[in-house]
Write a protein that binds this ligand. Sequence first.
Ligand code: SAH
Ligand code: SF4
Ligand code: F3S
Length: 446
Amino acid sequence: MKPTNSPKTYRVKSFGCQMNVYDGERMAEMLGERGIVPAPEGEDADLVVLNTCHIREKAAEKVYSDIGRLTKGKTQDKAPMIAVAGCVAQAEGEEIMARAPAVSMVVGPQAYHRLPEMLDKAVQGERATDTDMPAIAKFAALPERKRTNPASFLTVQEGCDKFCTYCVVPYTRGAEISRPYGDLVTEARKLVDAGAKEITLLGQNVSAWSGEDDKGHAVGLAGLIRDLAKVDGLARIRYTTSHPADMDDDLIAAHGEIDKLMPFLHLPVQAGSDRVLKAMNRSHTADSYLRLLERFRAARPDLALSGDFIVGFPGETDAEFEETLNLVDAVGYAQAFSFKYSPRPGTPAASMEGQVAKEVMDERLQRLQAALNRDQWAFNRATEGRTCEVLVERKGKHPGQWLGKTPWLQSAWFEGDVGIGDLVQVELVEAGPNSLAGRLREHVAA
Ligand code: SAH
Ligand code: SF4
Ligand code: F3S
């Protein structure tokens, strides 16, 4: 590649989970430190970071089609500089370099603190790949948090040791590690100073977080949440994603005790059949999952539940799929994510017998999603008439309209004289399948 001008504008496109979004924000901050500014909406950027996700097939294909779109019909000096980051970069870095000559940088999720150095090389015309996994080193090397959204993310834990047989995350993100307590309290304070009202603690297995508080006492996620709740100006705390195996009594109790901890729990179950769960290497049964939820609901009766599901895991029979539907009926989720099983290279499930036909998966997904949508709408209807606190996150489609989140993570829109970042009382007037129309109660603009 030829040496090129230093990029002046950037765009970071994140395709994956919330941790991937967090990584994208941190990369943007690093580029900002270098004096590179976000490209204005609708304009081409000089540097595009494709922050990829490897969890299912289509996501990786999307990366290649994006590269094609960015470079189509453009000579090298007109095309943007392209960096591929995220989990596809980790898993297929070499392949990307070989298959897409337009890419100048490939950087894995544990190595992106080195993006500025790689950029220097790229400007000199050198292509660079970094997919090392030093994990914790990354955070220390990142710049301070200076700007943020009212609802912010904070990665507290990374990696996964659970090795569910279908999943690439243990390979793309590496082993479970927890960021130190002190660093997290500091970063949370910085986020609040920068305007955050709500912080969602992130981790592939956030409930596996462990550390030592400033007195040297061992603490788990509940202890961390208790201490973060003392941060002045922080109004709401959430966490995601949890694994049923790591949920302890302390965390359950925290839901009943800490007002700032929002009444919402995302706890993936994946399937309703114990045989399938075992083949997935999930360490819970349908029944142990339901009993766990009962304990959470006893601590916090208005808790809204969310989950993840996979249909068509190898060998899943019609009867086993019915067990997933039964579990959904038993829980009554407020929202949920559901996916068709996607064989991932290198995972045990990819070579299991009994791969399920696409048409069967399509039909199962449709039935599951119909049930989940029905329950989501029912949950929304059950909150009609309530007045609750809404965190204003952005402007709505129409002038004077605002969009925010209820404590139960529903989107609510309403009109009134408010601003982004305000916490306001809103009466939920009419429930739709995906959001609620609200009416602003008395509010004195800040
Ligand atoms: N650590 C979290 C989330 C992991 S990825 C957890 O354990 O739940 C998010 C979701 O993607 C998973 O919960 C699962 O439902 C889905 N998923 C992961 N691998 C998949 C695959 N190979 N095919 C389809 N869905 C998958
Ligand atoms: Fe993947 Fe399972 Fe780990 Fe979640 S717990 S990241 S699904 S291996
Ligand atoms: Fe995707 Fe990586 Fe997250 S594979 S779901 S971006 S951990």
